[in-house]
Design a protein around this ligand. Sequence first.
Ligand code: FMN
Length: 332
Amino acid sequence: MLYDAIKPLLFTFDAERVHEETSGLMAIAAPIPGAEKILSLITGSGGAGLSKTVFGVNFPNPVGLAAGFDKDGKLINILPGLGFGFLEIGSVTLEPQPGNPKPRLFRLVEQGAVINRLGFNSEGARSVALRLSMSPRPSVPLGINLGLNKGTDAKDAPKRYAQTFKLLAKHGDYFVINVSSPNTPGLRDLQKSKDLSDILNEVQDANSLKKPVLVKLSPDLSDEDLSACMETANKVSQGVVVSNTTLSRDAVPDQYKSEAGGLSGRPLKARATELLRKVRSMTKLPLIGVGGIATPEDAKERLAAGADLVQLYSGLVYGGPSTIKKITRGLN
Ligand SMILES: Cc1cc2nc3c(=O)[nH]c(=O)nc-3n(C[C@H](O)[C@H](O)[C@H](O)COP(=O)(O)O)c2cc1C
């Protein structure tokens, strides 16, 4: 209720600035003993009795934070207080980079959507690895999503993903190879079968700790490319994340149609659910469903469509801090 009251005010400020300010406050609170617990008490009950084991990892509940919210892993010791069953940090790139010029994050309030073209702003894998090595292990499983620096040559992609993976391998419970962000030129082309297979093979060669390695797909893949991707994923990965943001501008008001970037939130829901169903029919691998999930019904629908776990980001922007527990209570 409090969030509903302050939302109109919050939404008068630039979206990225609000994200930075709220993340900054949470990062300050995170090291305070009991902070996660206090956040949990404020946001109420939810999530009990929903634990499950997926790719060998035990999740206290199946509702996680999608990549992009905590790019550098600064909030891993506080965000579980919102009720998440797991967190996925990143995308982390090998070298630090600032991302695209601002403004690069937009709310489409009436549509319950977000457009972002952040372009992998990342502190880089060494810095994130150092932070994770100095932080207590989070109270829920941690996924680490790996991206690629802007301007990386496609032929160097396997080596770079593997280097990034090696730096972070011991800190994550699972890893996601992100070849589907629309904001790094050429990245999505790496979903082509040969490139994807080279990347996954090189990462798996470096995977002496046998961590689950997943692939995150774009909702804009053609059926042909999807089949090729899934053939590769079935051979060399432990799961698939469906899906990243879309370049589609259906149902987007004219004012935002020409705003470059990936669209997420409510307008992505049907497309992401349909893709998940397709992917489920092509694989027995564990699947993480993401895209437009904001309510218990959305989460139930995605799990029924074949997801083993679900994630959200945009739903949190519009629903506020109580969103996750509302969903887990509903799943109960
Ligand atoms: C601001 C923003 C930044 C994002 N950054 C990343 C990212 O770095 N890596 C990634 O794999 N996905 C990223 N995503 C995509 C989300 O993880 C998710 O796949 C997508 O937003 C759909 O879920 P949603 O509708 O619940 O937001 C980002 C999304 C948003 C809104």
